[in-house]
Ligand binder design. Structure first.
Ligand code: SF4
Length: 694
């Protein structure tokens, strides 16, 4: 129900859900939000919104909010409410005790895209300066870390190349492993508008997602590949482009590294990379692969948009580099209407990566081993930094189980529900001696925590989010933090309790420090963001108003670098015991682990996760639409309700992961990307059988 009264005042802020980063007017009566109205001047959304940003904000004042700090000795003990001072002193004391007993590297921190840029910056600073190690990671580990690696290696920077608006100049749109209608709805509307105007569409997805065929839109090619064979598809398309003379020779000669291009050209031209050779692995007819490659290479401005269906694979980074290779070979980077565009799933996952929350990188994607860069942070922070990369999230879990990792500070990330192989994550947390969770609800991870620090929602704090097009937008406080402190203040206080002084009067002061230490942010100020509405990084002396399109004239790394991307089948194979492949995704009305949207009216549209299965597979197993089914993998088993769906291809099943009781990640495995450890959520061999209602 939309409130129809007259608000007393309004505040412009940014949606806390997906990576589109829509701007909203939070309309207020006193301290109470009464309506969220999409802001017409928001560059990312131009007055549009989806059902999440528009209707799903009431979780901020939901009765489940925890507003008092709590501690307990053992995770089986009841929680005990304490003052902030007691909770923070206890947490700091435990962290110090663990480091004294088990060593400096025995603790670490995890931040998330729920945090603002300023908050994430502080978490990585806390870990590096106060903990004295680099054991810091972010939720991007489980989503777009391969984007960071793959685009960094090929183009020189770990971000999308375009603005959303750029799609208006695309002639060919290739959507790979993304479902924009559900995952990035406001951008999907822009894309659909361009498709209705006549742009051609290629979809690479195991499932017949909405955009394949919707009113006045029909994909020219839907490459319905078998899960896990992305690299085979991209190699086959590259083979066609190279062997049929479709390379943009002048562009490549002028802008790309010749040696790497020649090696790549020789590799993809080999017969084993032809569409005919890849047909059996991918399940996509060779003629379709050839036709799609020709359309991409010759159809005019060609833009690629991709999502977690690319990154969350054992070859996630390989596929990202394969996409960049294809775009460089056809001259499709460096102007409007083209590009390589990762559709970031979460509101600030781009910013979380930008702010140095990976164990090997300081803010601005600069390696911790670079002594010059490290020196600038050492001087500013007054500490000596460890030059060795720290532990990634899965390494922290492994180290916990072998006894060398004992304490964790986890801000805004529900690792138990989000990360693969839930049993493994839970066992790792139980092996730790001090788990500190900072969140707005007692989430699944909090079940294993010893200290709970009340977090703040996006309505309770100031700061910035950076969306999928590198656009930095303001988040503005509309009501006081329910727990008394905004998240950035809690991190500051924890640092002080640890004995490392952090002193900031506001998030704006934190951004000033970020700008002083990060060349791509050196021109970013709150004043400029307020004047312009938003800024796209890089924003510095060379680009004082920001950079809408990247790699114009030359790539960030200088010459674009081709990387050979050999298709290596995943270890996750179907067998007689596990004959189907499970893949996962999102639905429009819910968001990720559902902690926010499940506590809003959006649950009326989607109140449980379901298993989509093709009619043939259902019939073979005696499953009818709506039946309960057991889903079993090598990692575990869960029970879901079945939906018979013609979207699915035979042999492939699908579910969403928004509800903890559905346990999607109870069944996903520990397979991960070879370069970044991003989990292979998109390929799990399973068996599905009817069961009694649980
Ligand atoms: Fe915009 Fe995404 Fe928020 Fe929807 S969820 S309103 S598309 S930012």
């Amino acid at each position: 129900v939309i409130w129809l009264g007259q608000p007393e005042h309004s505040v412009i802020t940014t949606c806390a859900y997906c990576g589109v980063g829509c701007s909203f007017k939070a309309e207020m009566k006193g301290n109470e939000v009464v309506r969220m109205v999409p802001w017409k001047d928001g560059a990312a959304n131009e007055g549009h919104s989806c059902v999440k940003g528009r209707f799903a904000w009431g979780y901020a004042t939901h009765p489940d909010r925890i507003t008092k700090p709590m501690i307990r000795e053992k995770i089986t003990d009841p929680w005990q409410e304490v003052s902030w001072e007691v909770a923070l002193t206890h947490a700091a004391g435990e962290f110090k005790r663990l480091q004294e007993k088990y060593g400096r590297d025995s603790i670490g921190g995890i931040t998330s895209s729920r945090c603002t840029n300023e908050e994430t910056y502080l978490v990585q600073k806390l870990v590096r300066a106060a903990f004295g190690n680099n054991n810091v990671d972010t939720c991007a580990r489980v989503c777009h870390s391969p984007t960071g690696y793959g685009l960094g290696q090929t183009l020189g920077t770990s971000a999308g190349t375009q603005t959303f608006k750029s799609v208006e100049k695309a002639d060919v749109i290739m959507v790979i492993g993304a479902n924009p209608t559900d995952g990035h709805p406001v951008f999907a509307s822009r894309m659909k508008k361009r498709l209705r105007e006549g742009a051609k569409l290629i979809v690479v997805d195991p499932r017949r997602i909405d955009i394949v065929k919707s009113p006045h839109i029909e994909a020219s090619h839907h490459l319905a590949l078998r899960p896990g064979t992305n690299v085979a598809v991209i190699s086959a398309m590259a083979h066609v482009i190279v062997t049929e003379g479709l390379v943009a020779e002048q562009y490549v000669a002028e802008r790309c590294d010749t040696k790497s291009f020649n090696e790549w050209r020789e590799f993809v031209a080999r017969p084993e990379n032809s569409p005919e050779a890849m047909e059996a692995a991918t399940g996509v007819p060779a003629a379709e692969l050839r036709a799609a490659a020709r359309l991409y290479a010759t159809g005019g401005n060609a833009a690629i948009y991709y999502g977690l269906g690319v990154t969350e694979h054992s070859q996630g980074s390989t596929m990202v580099m394969g996409i960049a290779n294809l775009a460089m070979a056809t001259g499709n980077i460096g102007r409007e209407g083209v590009g390589v565009n990762p559709l970031r799933g979460q509101n600030n996952v781009q910013g979380s990566c930008d702010m140095g929350s990976f164990p090997h990188e300081l803010p601005g994607y600069r390696h911790i081993s670079d002594s010059t860069v490290r020196g600038s942070f050492e001087e500013a922070w007054g500490v000596t930094l460890n030059p060795e990369p720290g532990l990634r999230i899965p390494n922290m879990f492994d180290a916990a189980l072998t006894g060398s990792f004992k304490g964790l500070y986890c801000e805004g990330e529900d690792i138990v529900q989000s990360d693969p192989n839930t049993q493994h994550v839970a066992a790792a947390l139980m092996a730790m001696e001090c788990v500190v969770v900072q969140d707005i609800f007692l989430n699944e991870t909090a079940k294993y925590a010893h200290v709970f620090l009340p977090g703040s929602s996006f309505l309770e704090k100031d700061g910035t989010f950076t969306n999928a097009e590198r656009r930095i937008s303001r988040v503005r406080k509309v009501m006081p933090p329910l727990g008394g402190y905004a998240d950035w203040e809690v991190t500051v206080k924890l640092s002080q309790a640890l004995g490392y002084p952090m002193n900031y009067g506001s998030p704006e002061e934190i951004m000033q420090e970020i700008a002083a230490l990060t060349p791509t942010f050196s021109g970013v100020t709150y004043k400029k963001i307020d004047e312009k509405g938003s800024l796209q990084w890089p924003c510095n002396d060379a680009a004082p108003d920001g950079t809408p399109t990247m790699h114009i004239g030359h790539f960030v790394r200088g010459k674009g670098r081709f990387i050979i991307t050999k298709y290596v089948p995943t270890d996750e194979k179907v067998t007689r015991k596990y004959p189907l492949l499970l893949t996962t995704g999102r639905i429009l009305s819910q968001y990720n682990v559902g902690a926010q949207t499940r506590r809003t009216p959006n649950s009326q549209w989607h109140s449980e996760d379901k298993l989509e299965i093709h009619g043939h597979d259902a019939e073979e197993r005696g499953i009818k639409d709506g039946d309960w089914v057991g889903v079993q993998s090598r990692a575990g088993e869960t029970v879901l309700r079945a939906v018979i769906s013609e979207r699915m291809q035979p042999g492939v099943v699908y579910t969403t992961f928004h509800f903890p009781e559905s346990g999607a990640n109870v069944i996903t495995t520990e397979n991960s990307d070879w370069a970044t450890n991003c989990p292979e959520y998109k390929v799990t061999a399973v068996q599905v059988m009817p069961v009694m209602q649980p």
